[in-house]
Design a binder for this molecule. Structure first.
Ligand code: NIG
Ligand code: FE
Length: 430
């Protein structure tokens, strides 16, 4: 990225650095505990170095001005670090609107899946699609995320379920990464469900994942994490642990879909294996939470999926935070349980549906989400050294971002101090 001039962003009415140590005294002092946690600076400026990273943040009046500098006036915007969506299934083909209609008529997600709908339907269409077709299908979804301020996106495979089709989906994620619209963190989810052709021999499919898919994904460096859907109708706890164990041996970070529809104990067991995150958690209990706290496992909550499924249980967001577990909020963008690419809406749902405070929800789509991806370079913050990725929002103040339910506050998105999205028209009526 070197080679561009340093860039000074000015005209930030509020800058949420997501680093409490930056909520300084003096002209920009904040009293409110939430604002301190957000590392809020008012009337601020951000300097990006020629490497696309934050070189300095502070009060606009103290901004270092140098000849040859590019100056960008953000005209009173509220600025957050580029948002981080830590859980998506963006690469898929096919249509699930019939499933949706059946569920609107009262059929359960499990019942639809058991009669051949659900993930299986998407697997069939995804296997039939070429790499090029999948790139064309996934790109607009990614652009939609970017238009909602997202600059770092986890993308899972999981709708291929053969070695070749899983690698194909991961290669699609790599192609999207190469296009440079956002930073992509790929995850291999070969263990999404047992595909039909292995119905009579589940063990053989688990071995395909552990002995062929994971080593090949590692050799080709196509994924950073391995994930397993531990659920009735998907993988048992024992199968899950076999796959995660092998993933760990191969050097992958570990993630798990856990305690969503039934409680399996996968969150605690994965935490003990060193998982970076356990995701969903609607059915998590205190001992699961305690294990996650002890092992530093991040909770990735997916309220869009819970609402879309009409789930009875709500993830224990408050108990997780009280126990010291960082809580991230993600879209889960997938064709079955949450087609939304609106990450700010997930912050709203984090507040109104899961009981988070507005500042906790914003930390959940930035700093804590980056942690759920094992990113330790400052992603999800705007502290000096962090990537200069920005979600530039039009709002009277930062609380309006989760408050204005369903409104997209994002006017511009920047990756490494390079603009990747600008809204065509400005919107009134905040
Ligand atoms: O995260 N849990 C498994 N995977 C998705 C659902 C995928 C689908 O229905 O296609 C989820 O909710
Ligand atoms: Fe998921």
């Amino acid at each position: 990225m070197r080679g561009m001039p340093e860039t000074l962003f000015v005209g930030l009415s509020e800058l949420l650095t997501m680093d409490a140590s930056l909520a300084r005294s003096g002209a920009t002092a904040v009293q409110d505990a939430g604002e301190r946690a957000l590392g809020l600076l008012r009337d601020a400026a951000v300097l990006a170095g020629d490497d696309g990273r934050v070189a300095w943040v502070g009060a606009a009046s103290d901004a270092p001005r140098r000849p040859g500098q590019r100056v960008v006036d953000l005209q009173g915007a509220v600025v957050l670090p580029g948002l981080v969506d830590a859980h998506t299934h963006l690469v898929y083909a096919g249509d699930r609107t019939q499933d949706f209609a059946a569920r609107c008529a009262g059929e359960s997600y499990e019942a639809v899946a058991a009669r051949g709908g659900g993930i299986r339907l998407t697997v069939r269409a995804t296997r039939a699609a070429s790499r090029d077709e999948l790139v064309e299908l996934a790109r607009p979804r990614l652009l939609d995320l970017v238009a909602h301020g997202v600059t770092t996106v986890e993308i899972k495979s999981g709708y291929g379920l053969t070695v070749a089709d899983e690698l194909k989906c991961l290669e699609v994620a790599r192609r999207l990464a190469d296009e440079g619209l956002a930073r992509i963190v790929p995850t291999v989810l070969g263990a999404h469900i047992v595909p039909d052709e292995f119905k009579g021999d589940r063990g053989a499919y688990v071995r395909l994942v552990t002995d062929e898919l994971l080593p090949e994904a590692a050799r080709l460096r196509l994924a950073r994490h391995v994930d397993v859907f531990c659920e009735t109708g998907a993988f048992s706890l024992d199968e899950t642990l076999r796959i995660l164990d092998r993933g760990r041996e191969l050097g992958f970070g570990l993630k798990v879909h856990a305690e969503q529809l039934t409680r399996t104990g996968a969150a605690a067991a994965a935490a003990r294996l060193g998982a970076v995150s356990a995701d969903h958690l609607e059915r998590a209990e205190d001992e699961d939470i305690a294990a996650m706290a002890e092992h530093g496992t991040v909770a990735v909550l997916l309220p869009g999926a819970a609402v879309f499924l009409g789930a009875r249980d709500r993830a224990p967001a408050r108990r997780l935070l009280d126990a010291g577990v960082p809580v991230a909020l993600s879209t889960d963008c997938n064709p079955g349980t949450c087609p939304s690419r609106h990450l700010p809406l997930m912050a709203t749902l984090g507040c109104v549906y899961l009981g988070l405070a507005p500042h906790e929800a914003l930390l959940g789509i930035t700093r804590h989400a980056a942690r759920a991806l094992g990113l330790t370079d400052g992603t999800g913050t705007l502290a000096p050294g962090a990537p200069c990725d920005l979600a530039v929002c039009e709002a009277p103040g930062w609380r309006h971002i989760p408050y204005l339910m369903g409104h997209n506050p994002v006017r511009e998105t920047w990756v490494a101090a390079r603009q990747v999205h600008a809204r065509a028209t400005t919107r009134a009526g905040l």
